[in-house]
Design a protein. Structure first.
Length: 181
């Protein structure tokens, strides 16, 4: 059995980010035969500009694209900023969507989870991320999205909540094109 590789994009750059901690815990507790790898360097990506992408793309963009291209699946773990996805995540999707029709996200199974300290748990950010990734060519598993409010729940230590996040990872891993058809 080959290992299923999941590239994880974290939408928060804070060192003490709860979403990063969620991603790290999910990676540490990944199902057998699955490797979750956090894609580093999103903070090094310049804002997408087609002129920068003509010819030799910036090294940070090449590295992020390669990390996602080498993966079998993509998982986003993100908070919500001002009712939408963080700019760093939007920018990463812009870089990953190029070249048009053949970007690193093209045909990749893709899911969005995360938590935020609002009553909505980040659902707007997750919806916007899923829509953008879909337009970029990813195969978005919309029924896999988990948006969790961190207002009254310790997301990392509540077994039921963390179980939902793990179930989302498992659903992403279990996705098959034949089952979806």
């Amino acid at each position: 059995m080959s290992t299923i590789r999941v590239a994880v994009l974290v939408g928060s750059l804070r060192a003490d980010s709860l979403n990063r901690k969620v991603a790290e815990k999910l990676a540490a507790e990944a199902p057998e035969g699955v490797t979750l790898s956090i894609v580093e360097g999103l903070d090094q990506l310049p804002f997408y500009n087609e002129e920068l992408d003509a010819g030799d793309a910036p090294a940070a963009a090449v590295a992020v694209r390669q990390a996602v291209a080498d993966a079998d699946r993509v998982l986003v773990v993100t908070p919500e900023y001002n009712g939408t996805m963080p700019a760093v995540l939007n920018n990463a999707i812009d870089w990953l969507s190029r070249p048009y029709g053949a970007g690193a996200l093209s045909a990749k199974p893709f899911a969005v989870i995360g938590t935020t300290p609002t009553p909505y748990g980040g659902k707007w950010a997750h919806n916007d991320t899923a829509r953008s990734a879909n337009i970029a060519g990813a195969v978005v598993l919309e029924d896999v999205t988990v948006s969790q409010s961190a207002l009254e729940v310790d997301v990392l230590n509540d077994a039921e909540v963390f179980g939902k996040l793990q179930a989302a990872v498992q659903a992403l891993v279990d996705y098959s094109e034949t089952a979806a058809a």
